[in-house]
Design a protein around this ligand. Structure first.
Ligand code: IDP
Ligand code: MG
Length: 155
Protein backbone atom coordinates (compact mmCIF):
# COMPACT_ATOMS: atom_id res chain seq x y z
CA UNK A 1 0.00 0.00 0.00
CA UNK A 2 1.05 3.61 -0.43
CA UNK A 3 1.50 6.40 -2.90
CA UNK A 4 3.26 5.48 -6.12
CA UNK A 5 4.16 7.20 -9.37
CA UNK A 6 3.96 5.49 -12.70
CA UNK A 7 4.69 6.30 -16.34
CA UNK A 8 1.96 6.13 -18.94
CA UNK A 9 2.29 6.56 -22.70
CA UNK A 10 -0.60 7.29 -25.01
CA UNK A 11 0.90 5.54 -28.02
CA UNK A 12 0.80 6.93 -31.59
CA UNK A 13 -2.44 5.08 -32.40
CA UNK A 14 -4.20 6.82 -29.49
CA UNK A 15 -2.91 10.21 -30.64
CA UNK A 16 -3.80 9.64 -34.28
CA UNK A 17 -7.21 8.21 -33.42
CA UNK A 18 -7.82 11.33 -31.24
CA UNK A 19 -8.55 9.24 -28.14
CA UNK A 20 -6.10 10.90 -25.73
CA UNK A 21 -8.76 13.11 -24.13
CA UNK A 22 -10.87 10.06 -23.34
CA UNK A 23 -7.88 8.16 -21.95
CA UNK A 24 -6.82 11.10 -19.78
CA UNK A 25 -10.40 11.47 -18.53
CA UNK A 26 -10.35 7.83 -17.40
CA UNK A 27 -7.20 8.47 -15.37
CA UNK A 28 -8.62 11.68 -13.88
CA UNK A 29 -11.98 10.05 -13.15
CA UNK A 30 -10.15 7.35 -11.21
CA UNK A 31 -8.62 10.07 -9.03
CA UNK A 32 -5.08 9.62 -10.30
CA UNK A 33 -3.11 12.86 -10.01
CA UNK A 34 -1.29 14.01 -13.13
CA UNK A 35 2.18 15.22 -12.09
CA UNK A 36 3.77 15.39 -15.56
CA UNK A 37 2.54 15.48 -19.14
CA UNK A 38 4.22 16.05 -22.49
CA UNK A 39 3.83 15.33 -26.17
CA UNK A 40 6.91 13.98 -27.90
CA UNK A 41 8.23 11.95 -30.77
CA UNK A 42 9.89 8.73 -29.58
CA UNK A 43 13.14 8.07 -31.45
CA UNK A 44 14.53 4.61 -32.27
CA UNK A 45 17.15 5.16 -29.53
CA UNK A 46 14.48 5.98 -26.93
CA UNK A 47 12.45 2.97 -28.05
CA UNK A 48 15.45 0.68 -27.50
CA UNK A 49 15.89 2.10 -23.97
CA UNK A 50 12.20 1.98 -23.14
CA UNK A 51 11.70 -1.53 -24.51
CA UNK A 52 15.15 -2.87 -23.56
CA UNK A 53 13.59 -6.14 -22.32
CA UNK A 54 12.06 -6.71 -25.78
CA UNK A 55 14.90 -5.57 -28.08
CA UNK A 56 16.04 -9.11 -28.87
CA UNK A 57 12.51 -10.45 -29.51
CA UNK A 58 11.28 -11.19 -33.04
CA UNK A 59 8.50 -8.60 -32.80
CA UNK A 60 10.82 -5.76 -31.72
CA UNK A 61 11.48 -4.23 -35.20
CA UNK A 62 7.73 -3.88 -35.76
CA UNK A 63 7.23 -2.50 -32.26
CA UNK A 64 9.93 0.13 -32.83
CA UNK A 65 8.41 1.08 -36.19
CA UNK A 66 5.02 1.50 -34.51
CA UNK A 67 6.11 3.45 -31.43
CA UNK A 68 8.16 5.87 -33.58
CA UNK A 69 5.51 6.30 -36.32
CA UNK A 70 3.87 9.38 -34.81
CA UNK A 71 3.55 11.48 -31.69
CA UNK A 72 3.23 10.01 -28.21
CA UNK A 73 1.93 11.62 -25.03
CA UNK A 74 3.82 10.76 -21.84
CA UNK A 75 1.89 11.12 -18.59
CA UNK A 76 3.23 10.70 -15.07
CA UNK A 77 0.54 9.97 -12.50
CA UNK A 78 0.49 9.53 -8.77
CA UNK A 79 -1.95 7.59 -6.62
CA UNK A 80 -2.36 4.75 -4.18
CA UNK A 81 -0.71 1.69 -5.72
CA UNK A 82 -0.81 3.61 -8.99
CA UNK A 83 1.40 1.10 -10.86
CA UNK A 84 -1.05 -1.78 -10.40
CA UNK A 85 -4.12 0.42 -10.68
CA UNK A 86 -3.00 1.71 -14.09
CA UNK A 87 -2.00 -1.76 -15.35
CA UNK A 88 -5.45 -3.06 -14.37
CA UNK A 89 -7.20 -0.11 -16.06
CA UNK A 90 -5.12 -0.75 -19.21
CA UNK A 91 -6.03 -4.45 -19.59
CA UNK A 92 -4.23 -7.35 -21.27
CA UNK A 93 -1.48 -6.68 -23.83
CA UNK A 94 -3.53 -8.27 -26.61
CA UNK A 95 -6.56 -5.99 -26.82
CA UNK A 96 -8.63 -8.90 -28.13
CA UNK A 97 -8.17 -10.59 -24.73
CA UNK A 98 -8.60 -7.40 -22.71
CA UNK A 99 -11.69 -7.26 -20.52
CA UNK A 100 -14.48 -4.84 -21.38
CA UNK A 101 -14.15 -1.80 -19.16
CA UNK A 102 -10.38 -1.72 -19.60
CA UNK A 103 -8.83 0.83 -21.95
CA UNK A 104 -7.49 -1.77 -24.36
CA UNK A 105 -10.72 -3.78 -24.04
CA UNK A 106 -12.89 -0.78 -24.85
CA UNK A 107 -10.87 0.94 -27.57
CA UNK A 108 -8.76 -1.64 -29.40
CA UNK A 109 -8.40 -4.99 -31.08
CA UNK A 110 -4.65 -5.40 -31.62
CA UNK A 111 -1.80 -7.08 -29.73
CA UNK A 112 0.69 -4.46 -30.90
CA UNK A 113 -1.31 -1.34 -31.67
CA UNK A 114 -2.75 -1.22 -28.18
CA UNK A 115 -3.15 2.46 -27.27
CA UNK A 116 -1.33 2.78 -24.01
CA UNK A 117 1.74 1.82 -22.01
CA UNK A 118 1.91 1.60 -18.22
CA UNK A 119 4.99 0.69 -16.18
CA UNK A 120 4.81 -2.92 -14.99
CA UNK A 121 6.49 -2.55 -11.59
CA UNK A 122 8.38 -0.16 -9.29
CA UNK A 123 11.74 -0.69 -11.04
CA UNK A 124 10.26 -0.10 -14.49
CA UNK A 125 8.36 2.96 -13.20
CA UNK A 126 11.56 4.52 -11.82
CA UNK A 127 13.46 3.83 -15.06
CA UNK A 128 10.68 5.02 -17.36
CA UNK A 129 9.78 8.18 -15.40
CA UNK A 130 13.44 9.17 -15.75
CA UNK A 131 13.44 8.42 -19.45
CA UNK A 132 10.62 10.87 -20.18
CA UNK A 133 10.83 13.52 -17.43
CA UNK A 134 13.55 15.53 -15.76
CA UNK A 135 13.12 15.84 -11.98
CA UNK A 136 12.23 19.53 -12.29
CA UNK A 137 9.45 18.76 -14.78
CA UNK A 138 7.28 17.06 -12.15
CA UNK A 139 4.80 19.60 -10.77
CA UNK A 140 3.90 19.93 -7.11
CA UNK A 141 0.30 20.67 -6.13
CA UNK A 142 -2.53 19.27 -4.05
CA UNK A 143 -5.75 18.00 -5.60
CA UNK A 144 -8.71 19.78 -3.99
CA UNK A 145 -10.31 16.33 -3.81
CA UNK A 146 -7.32 14.77 -2.01
CA UNK A 147 -9.17 14.33 1.28
CA UNK A 148 -11.91 12.35 -0.45
CA UNK A 149 -9.69 10.07 -2.52
CA UNK A 150 -7.98 8.19 0.29
CA UNK A 151 -8.06 7.66 4.03
CA UNK A 152 -5.14 8.83 6.17
CA UNK A 153 -4.09 5.24 6.94
CA UNK A 154 -3.91 4.37 3.23
CA UNK A 155 -1.28 6.96 2.28
P1 IDP B 1 2.56 -4.48 -22.07
O1 IDP B 1 2.56 -3.23 -22.93
O2 IDP B 1 1.17 -4.98 -21.80
O3 IDP B 1 3.41 -4.37 -20.84
P2 IDP B 1 4.69 -6.16 -23.20
O4 IDP B 1 4.66 -7.65 -23.25
O5 IDP B 1 5.65 -5.51 -22.25
O6 IDP B 1 3.20 -5.65 -22.97
O7 IDP B 1 5.04 -5.66 -24.68
C1 IDP B 1 5.31 -4.31 -24.94
C2 IDP B 1 4.58 -3.88 -26.19
O8 IDP B 1 5.10 -4.60 -27.31
C3 IDP B 1 3.09 -4.21 -26.20
O9 IDP B 1 2.29 -3.24 -25.53
C4 IDP B 1 2.78 -4.27 -27.67
O10 IDP B 1 2.65 -2.96 -28.25
C5 IDP B 1 4.05 -4.92 -28.22
N1 IDP B 1 3.95 -6.39 -28.29
C6 IDP B 1 3.98 -7.27 -27.26
N2 IDP B 1 3.92 -8.54 -27.67
C7 IDP B 1 3.87 -8.47 -29.03
C8 IDP B 1 3.79 -9.46 -30.07
O11 IDP B 1 3.78 -10.67 -29.82
N3 IDP B 1 3.73 -8.99 -31.33
C9 IDP B 1 3.74 -7.68 -31.65
N4 IDP B 1 3.84 -6.71 -30.72
C10 IDP B 1 3.88 -7.10 -29.42
MG1 MG C 1 5.49 -4.28 -20.60
Amino acid sequence: MGLERTLILFKPDAVMRQLCGKLLTRLEDRGLKVVGLKMLQITPEMSKQHYSEHVSKPFYPQLEAFITCGPTIAVAVEGLEAITVVRTMMGSTNARDAAPGTIRGDFGQSRQVNLMHGSDGPEAAAKELKLYFKDEEFVKYELVTAGYLMADDEK
